[in-house]
Ligand binder design. Structure first.
Ligand code: BF8
Ligand code: SF4
Length: 630
């Protein structure tokens, strides 16, 4: 009776091929072509054994030249490169978090940014020991924002949110000197350690990678998530759609891309404004459609049901439809290719952040103080560009899937608690979820995260891994571009329950959820940390004992490495489908795949064969169950 049908990878690839034909007609470049020109990649780079941190080099390690000019060996060079990679990611996520703190700081009752979830604000204020009694909500917001901003540079103490972890994990962090101090300090310390003539001891470099990662996951990212919820609302389940077919040929199409909801929320506001819709009609369109790419898409999908046009390696496709009036970006994961590509079409490529400035773009400097006028100007620019479309180039693939998204920790607890407990209170408990896991109805959970990477057939690993997990009664929580891969394929349609094993299928039916739960953007992996911490505390276990693993099968960015570090540092084994440039040092590889267990009870598994990767994950989950005797 169910008419559910997944969109296959072959169908998605055929749609891309058709779009690339348009690209060829107009002389556009494409990542598929650039990959060919860039391969084979440099072997030294791939193995992490090239060093250029001082001008005596660059030095490359070979059997004949086992040390750089300063005497550093392969282990030191790989270790330093790994730490730099991590620090880059931690800085990026955390600076996003800082921007959100600033947005909270300028929130006001009559301004563009308001407090949509005052309860959450009060909860965090209490958690941080800030007096809430009798205070105006905006005074409180500013105080909490300022306290959050101090987390970046405070001279003493460790991150406030670490207290959310179970005692056992906090103890490990303290004993092994992993507890992060001020966020900026951890990033500076990382760059200090990797300077010429500082650390070359792999243990020290890996420990600092874990600590810098933790300053992201339990610091900058966690504030980014929490304060985004305070400002824009804590996500609740909402229906939306995913894949390029969400763009509407008759409408002005605005695509938001990047990460910070401060921009995308405002664009959505103005695209909904009757005055703007009337203007679009005046310009010959039927209306305005906003859709998203990358994490910004996850943010506005989770809170507003804005449809998702695609993930990382689909960003050029959006322009190739010929129907994109403006692709509006802020920071991170934006291809500089969008500049020249947009010039082959009528599309306006609008950059907005001083952090991400690119050639061939229209720069509209966006700031929290002038958000309304900036957003209005951008929406107007898109509308006025509608008339410049070249109809002969317009082709939107007729391809989209239904998805239910918006599973914050609060929402997950609530829907699952609702199944067994008819008198649901506002918050609910994790007991029903724990019962499902203990009884084996659900065998465990995989946190699927991360990007696309041309080294893996795009979306293949995400989709295949998720399918096999849910078949085996393993529930998936997903974020970032992994979540979008799932949504495009149809795995976030509640009807996808039919692909599950009997246990998970029953849970999906009772709780009315899809088997793959959308938990948000990449900064929202902090939500997953809170969920794991809560489950462990409620079960009286260490996090590492839970039958839960992390997986980034197609990762590519520095942020993903930072995430990997904090996920293992939180006690969750993490499976990678792409090697983080450490193959050149057996000592580094050993530390990351086994050695870190002594400090945080978890480690990485790297396996580029995707079929093997999923089997290893399932085996690990079953091992953890067996160890608990469940
Ligand atoms: O932070 S998953 S490609 S969009 S890095 Fe980027 Fe990777 Fe996508 Fe969001 Ni996350
Ligand atoms: Fe070469 Fe050492 Fe300088 Fe690196 S730090 S470039 S290994 S001399």
């Amino acid at each position: 009776m169910s008419e559910f049908k997944m969109t296959t990878l072959e169908e998605m690839e055929a749609a891309t091929a058709r779009l690339l034909e348009t690209g060829e007609k107009v002389g556009a470049d494409a990542w598929q072509l650039r990959v060919k020109r860039q391969t084979p990649h440099c072997k030294f780079g791939e193995q992490g054994i090239c060093c250029r941190i001082c001008s005596m080099g660059p030095c490359r390690i070979t059997p004949k030249a086992p040390r750089g000019i300063c005497g550093c060996d392969a282990h030191g060079i790989v270790g330093r490169n790994y730490l730099k990679f991590t620090a880059g990611g931690a800085a990026t996520h955390s600076d996003h978090g800082r921007e959100i703190c600033h947005t909270l700081y300028v929130s006001s009752a009559d301004g563009c940014y308001k407090v949509k979830d005052p309860e959450k604000l009060i909860r965090i204020a209490k958690e941080w020991g800030i007096e809430t009694e009798g205070k105006d909500i905006y005074d409180l917001a500013h105080e909490v924002a300022e306290t959050g901003l101090m987390e970046y540079g405070k001279p003493f103490g460790t991150q406030r949110f670490l207290k959310r972890a179970p005692e056992s994990q906090q103890k490990l962090w303290e004993e092994n000197e992993l507890a992060p101090h001020a966020i900026d300090r951890e990033i500076s310390r990382s760059l200090h350690m990797t300077h010429m003539g500082c650390s070359s001891l792999p243990e020290a470099l890996v420990k600092q990678s874990l600590r810098a990662g933790l300053s992201d996951g339990w610091g900058g990212s966690m504030m980014g998530t929490e304060f985004s919820d305070v400002l824009f609302g804590t996500p609740k389940p909402v229906d939306t759609e995913a894949n390029l077919g969400v763009m509407v040929a008759e409408n002005v199409n605005i695509v938001v891309h990047g990460h910070d909801p401060s921009l995308s929320e405002m664009i959505c506001e103005y695209a909904d404004d009757p005055e703007m819709i009337a203007y679009a009609k005046e310009m010959g369109a039927k209306g305005i459609t906003v859709s998203g790419v990358c994490c910004t898409s996850n943010e506005v999908a989770m809170r507003r049901g804005i449809p998702m046009a695609g993930n990382f390696l689909q960003q050029e496709n959006v322009v190739l439809t010929g129907a994109c009036e403006a692709i509006v970006v802020d920071v991170q994961c934006i291809f500089p290719a969008l500049g020249p590509l947009s010039k082959c079409f009528h599309t306006k490529f609008v950059t907005t952040s001083p952090i991400a400035q690119m050639p061939d773009s229209e720069f509209v400097r966006f700031s929290a103080e002038t958000a309304a006028e900036n957003a209005k100007a951008i929406v107007k620019m898109a509308i006025e560009n509608f008339k410049n479309r070249k109809p002969e180039l317009v082709h939107i693939p007729d391809m989209k899937q239904k998805a239910t998204v918006g599973y914050s920790v609060e929402a997950i607890v609530k829907v699952l608690d609702g199944v067994t407990n008819s008198q649901v209170d506002e918050t609910g408990t994790t007991k029903p979820l724990l019962d499902c896991i203990t009884s084996g109805v659900i065998r465990g959970a995989v946190a699927m995260v991360g990007c696309n990477n041309p080294k893996i057939r795009p979306d293949y690993a995400h989709i295949e891994l998720m399918k096999k997990c849910i078949e085996n009664d393993i529930i998936i929580i997903a974020s970032g571009c992994s979540a979008q891969a799932a949504a495009k394929a149809g795995l976030m349609d509640k009807a996808a329950k039919d692909l599950c094993g009997a246990g998970l299928k029953r849970v999906c039916e009772l709780a009315d959820i899809p088997p793959v739960l959308h938990m948000g953007s990449c900064v929202d992996i902090s939500r997953m940390m809170v969920l794991a911490a809560t489950l462990a505390k409620d079960a009286g276990l260490h996090i590492s004992q839970l039958p839960v693993v992390g997986c980034a099968p197609e990762w590519m960015s520095e942020k993903a490495v930072s995430i990997g570090n904090y996920v293992i540092a939180t006690g969750i084994d993490t499976f990678l489908g792409v090697d983080p440039y450490v193959a050149g040092s057996d000592q580094m590889a050993q530390l990351l795949t086994e050695g870190t267990r002594q400090w945080c009870e978890a480690a990485f598994t790297v396996e580029t064969d995707i079929e093997k990767l999923v089997d290893l994950m399932i085996a690990r989950i079953e091992e953890k169950r067996a160890a608990l005797g469940i």
